[in-house]
Design a protein around this ligand. Sequence first.
Ligand SMILES: Nc1ncnc2c1ncn2[C@@H]1O[C@H](COP(=O)(O)OP(=O)(O)O)[C@@H](O)[C@H]1O
Ligand SMILES: [Mg+2]
Length: 376
Amino acid sequence: MPQTLSIIIIEPDTSSRGAINSIVAPYADKITILGSADTLNEGLPLIQSTHPVVVILAVNNLEQGIKDIQSISNVSPHSSIFVATTEKNPDWILGLMRAGSHEYLLKPLDSNELLGALQKAGRLYIEKTPQAAQPAHGKVISVYNPVGGMGTTTIAVNLAAALAKQSDKVALVDLNFFSGDAAIFLDLSPKYTLSSLTTNVSRLDDNFLMSVMARHSSGVYLLSEPVEVDETVGITPEQIQRILAFLKRVFSYVIIDTGGTLHGTNQMTFENSDRVVFNTVLSLPALKNAKRYLVAMGKNGIAQHKVTLVVNRYLSRSDIKIEDAEKVLGHKVFMAIPNEYADVNDSINKGQPLVNLYPRSPVTKAIMKISESFQS
Ligand SMILES: Nc1ncnc2c1ncn2[C@@H]1O[C@H](COP(=O)(O)OP(=O)(O)O)[C@@H](O)[C@H]1O
Ligand SMILES: [Mg+2]
């Protein structure tokens, strides 16, 4: 395991090289520049012999850049490759990412951007080495109601934040293609989304996966839904399965916010989930719909014991009682989350999970209990 984060720079422009040097110089105890070269030909032997955590590669020509990335990956497959270029053309970005680069940095380099990317690569490198041989071990927990407005996102976001109090490896994945709200609930505007992965699925690895996830101050890592609705159209169940397999390898808990009909990517998600938290409110139409979907899930092979039934926005004075719901649905209610509109709304508006913002809220207590049932 490296003591410091090692870098090799392939960059003919001396002023760019100098800029990188001065950005990392204050972190000399953590970051070491092992060497630099004008061309990859010159630098490749050093990369091969030292396996740096990061290679910063200046690219002035797309074809040459793609070739260089492949050569680096061949001799040092675990190195993260950061492309540095002045070219903003999306074809370049896509081509170079597909070839295997992990970061695309625009010149002149922004110090925060470079340091952020290095931090990500460094942490991953340290985690990756011992983890590589381990089998997938993370728990996948989906939160689902086909219809919006039931509190699915509220529950998913808060479950993730609750689990992040126990584990530093919690992912929240927004697979609600109709109305992906998780990023808004966390006040994040991620640069990359699920479609960054699905369009590059053949070169997906742990490192690339982490580079598209945004970290929230609660500790939760978010993989958000595509920004453009059009981008969700081509996402296939097989892509989702592959992405989930990677997520399980990297994270201890993967919480998925879902919604919409029960087929395609949703069906695949539930098949690959250890638990499905099905949430409903205690109204007649909601229960009727919940019944239809619970039956359909059973028919589609989602085992009953995987389903955790949760009632949200619960009012003790409600005409419909928990026992009534259990009778209708043929399933025990694991938890009733109280109706606390002011608390929940305030947390959404502040972009902070309720479990962090209002630890004493009855909603927090209910969510914490659900999260405890997943820890074993
Ligand atoms: N336990 C609760 N008490 C009061 N209001 C809630 C509760 N859970 C969710 N809400 C409110 O319900 C609305 C829908 O929540 P959201 O989580 O976005 O649902 P969905 O993801 O199912 O569409 C939000 O305005 C939220 O404030
Ligand atoms: Mg939602």
